[in-house]
Ligand binder design. Structure first.
Ligand code: HEC
Length: 458
């Protein structure tokens, strides 16, 4: 998967495309019923899973499996160059953009299948849509905390925000109340909105018409909890009675509920800030090791990306294998604080992960000694009780991981039974031991053994 920001490219093409969009208004009536069909499918889990399957089979190659874009545009952000109405998206997929490198799918798929794909794309939507702004000039000397915006206040300036990103460069005056109103989509279950800035300006959030209490109200950071899915969004930002520099950089971005993963920006600087902080790491020629917290893995895990699109994690507190994934390696960041606080995100697909682990069944004292990289694959040296072991793993063609264990000193004693991961999507094979009830059984005098995890073909 390629992860990079296509939005610049998108903007550059907008002007050229406006002319094209005008020509398509003749199907407006049909378009309404088509849009309604697709909107219904967004609520239908079966249609979405069918759409997902088609998407992953044919669209993901260019748009990435998580829709974040590659050679094709990002399909979940707030920017739609060719139209964001369900019917417009349908027609775009139907006809494709031959000159830009996207084939048309109208001749290949049934209308129902195309509708399902479009519904799936729309169900992943994130960020703001139909965003409007309103600027109310304020002349009062009141403190911003005391100020009430009159119910019938008239904005001095208002209008649509074309790129659907909250933009603090809009007001050209010093003292104002600024409102942004639109529809917010959050594809995850529960997420949180963060605002980080250098100045503390009073900020209020209303979701579906109700004021949302702040979860956190620190000097440079405010946090609110969002609802899942589609919601009405209204943000009110007060800048009153302060002569300091006008602060145009307020980073609004959304994280997961536990705030370990930054998901997407919804303000101009918030978006910028996240894309700068995101660094996809790939293991191309050589293995790569990352000692950073990975979302979904226990702390103190070292992630290893092997050149053959197979990755795993070794935990240095338990001396066990705590996860395996195929595909690309890891995205370090997004990391706002600059202190490596946030979890990294894996880029591929999990085969198994903690609490599924590979480790001795008996509770042992683990002591991790070191790793070193040897011929494209790292070796881990560690102790379980008084037994010193070495483990070196190699990958094969994006589907299997082979773990080679070797006893360096001591005997296996309490280490003859090992826990192996279980799952429907992979097979486990062992050499140098036997398998019993999903456990690896070794001989007390075993010197080396091999565990191979292979993903089943779908
Ligand atoms: C071979 C690569 C490729 C494949 C496969 C592909 N696309 Fe695209 N897609 C692109 C490119 C490139 C663009 C940008 C077109 C442009 O430059 O205007 C695009 C644009 C789009 C857009 C317009 C986005 C916008 O901002 O308005 C949509 C929607 C879209 N693709 C959906 C799909 C879907 C759904 C599929 C699978 C059925 C698919 N694409 C398969 C390459 C591809």
């Amino acid at each position: 998967m390629v992860v990079f920001n296509t939005s610049f490219y998108k903007k550059a093409r907008t002007i050229k495309l406006l002319a094209g969009l005008m020509a398509v208004s003749s199907w407006a009536v049909q378009a309404d019923s088509l849009s309604n069909d697709i909107k219904q499918l967004i609520e239908d889990p079966k249609a979405l899973s069918a759409g997902k399957q088609t998407f992953e089979m044919v669209c993901a190659a260019c748009h990435a499996k998580d829709l974040s874009g590659g050679t094709g545009f990002n399909l979940k952000d707030e920017e739609w160059i060719h139209g964001d109405k369900p019917a417009e998206i349908y027609h775009n997929v139907f006809n494709g953009f031959i000159d830009q490198g996207m084939p048309g799918f109208g001749a290949i798929y049934q209308p129902q299948q195309l509708k399902q794909v479009v519904a799936y794309v729309l169900s992943n939507r994130q960020g703001l849509a139909n965003l409007q702004y309103r600027i109310y000039p304020v002349t009062t000397e009141e403190k911003q905390s005391d100020y009430h915006l009159p119910v019938n206040a008239k904005p001095a300036k208002s209008g649509p925000v074309p790129n659907n990103l909250i933009d603090f460069a809009l007001p050209e005056i010093q003292n104002f109340v600024l409102e942004f109103e639109g529809t917010l989509y959050t594809p995850t279950d529960v997420s949180r909105l963060h605002a980080t800035t250098n100045y503390k300006h009073r900020t209020e959030l209303f979701i579906d018409g109700e004021k949302v209490p702040m979860d956190m109200d620190h000097w440079q950071k405010r946090v609110w909890t969002l609802k899942p899915g589609k919601q009405k969004f209204l943000l009110r930002y007060y800048r009153i009675g302060q002569a300091k520099n006008l602060n145009k950089k307020v980073n609004f971005f959304v994280t997961n509920e536990s705030m370990t993963q930054k998901l997407y920006g919804i303000s101009v600087s918030g978006k910028q800030f996240l894309s700068n902080a995101t660094i996809p790491l790939k293991a191309d020629q050589h293995a790569r090791l990352v000692r950073k917290k990975v979302v979904d893995l226990p702390t103190f895990s070292i992630s290893v990306g092997l050149p053959k699109q197979v990755n795993y994690a070794f935990n240095t507190r338990t001396c066990s294998i705590v996860g395996m994934w195929t595909g690309d390696f890891i995205n370090v960041g997004p990391n706002v604080e600059g202190r490596a606080r946030d979890g990294s995100v894996i880029l591929g697909d999990w085969v198994f992960k903690n609490p599924q682990v590979i480790s001795p069944i008996a509770e042992t004292r683990c002591r991790f000694e070191q790793y070193h990289v040897n011929e494209k694959a790292p070796e881990f040296i560690f102790w379980h009780d008084n037994t010193k072991l070495k483990m070196r793993a190699t990958g094969e063609n994006g589907n299997s991981l082979t773990l080679n264990y070797q006893v360096i000193s001591g005997d296996l004693n309490r280490l003859t039974k090992w826990q192996l991961p279980k799952g429907d999507n992979f097979n486990v094979n062992v050499q140098g031991g036997s398998m019993n009830n999903q456990a690896l059984i070794l001989d007390k005098n075993s010197q080396q053994w091999q565990i191979k995890i292979s993903k089943k073909a779908n």
